[in-house]
Write a protein that binds this ligand. Structure first.
Ligand code: KIV
Ligand code: NA
Length: 266
């Protein structure tokens, strides 16, 4: 089937069809995810934790994302392939452009970057002006772990919620086409989604986002020793096979039954 395009993400939102996204790092899983209905595949810099075994995403290099993107791309025929700009690959617009071009050459259709600080907005504009679609990522941005002092829910105080609402509008204004919200109270994520001109995809952000994303290892219930967020669900346990788990996840995202209240923050 034809690959899903960036404009189709907006069409899905208009039609009220939720987007099911999973992270993936190799061709074997990519093939199964693609064949069983995942809309977006993310080569996330979580690979630093779940594949490389580091305690954070900070050690990940552009060449690591590039290598995994190349492998994942060979397994896809329908899903949209999104690749992360790793730590400091977006420190300047020029560096972001170099990194993004490498990832597009490796097979990505879109790149993702974290945050909405001034130079991040500059990088988004710079890429979009040069025909590179961008996904923004707000809330718990793992590349900010040293400043945050750990992996914590974001936007709980009113000042932080206000900042997050403003940042969500700013990344869309800068030209982002999709917004990942990570570890944000469900009500705030719902409010941001209603106000957002671009589709949102949540992880630990409640059921009202326009889509959901899970990390491969969490989705399969693997204990990697480095990450075990409370909001994840092991879809393999109830479904018996990876293909069945993907079908169940896609169905649960589409009908709004995942995430449930037990996977959300208040
Ligand atoms: O790197 C990653 O897997 C991500 C998701 C958690 C959204 O950025
Ligand atoms: Na990431």
């Amino acid at each position: 089937s034809k690959p899903i395009t960036v404009p189709e993400l907006f069409e899905a939102r208009r039609a009220g069809r939720k987007l099911a996204m999973l992270t993936c790092y190799d061709a074997g899983f990519a093939r199964v995810f693609d064949a069983n209905g995942a809309d977006i595949i993310l080569v996330g810099d979580t690979l630093g934790m779940v594949v490389q075994g580091h305690p954070s995403t900070l050690p990940v290099l552009v060449e690591d994302i590039e290598y995994h993107t190349r492998n994942v791309a060979r397994g896809l025929s329908r899903a949209l392939l999104l690749a992360d700009l790793p730590f400091q690959a977006d420190a300047t617009p020029e560096r972001a452009l170099d990194a993004a071009a490498r990832l597009l050459r490796a097979g990505a259709a879109m790149v993702k970057l974290e945050g909405a600080g001034r130079h991040k907005l500059d990088a988004i504009r710079f890429l979009v002006d040069r025909e590179i679609p961008v996904t923004a990522h707000l809330g718990l941005t793992p590349q900010s772990v040293l400043r945050f002092g750990g992996y914590k829910v974001q936007g709980r105080e009113e000042a932080a919620a206000k900042q997050l609402r403003a940042d969500a509008l700013a990344v869309a204004e800068a030209g982002a086409s999709l917004l990942v919200l990570e570890c944000v109270p469900a009500a705030l994520a719902a409010e941001i989604t209603r106000a957002s001109p671009i589709p949102t995809v949540g992880i630990g952000a409640g059921p009202q986002c326009d889509g959901q994303v899970l990390v491969l290892h969490d989705f399969l219930g693997l204990d990697t020793g480095v990450r075990r967020p409370r909001f994840v669900k092991d879809f393999l346990a109830e479904n018996g096979s990876v293909a069945g788990a993907v079908r169940a996840y896609v169905a649960a995202v589409r009908d709004g039954s995942f995430p449930g209240p037990e996977h959300s923050y208040t």
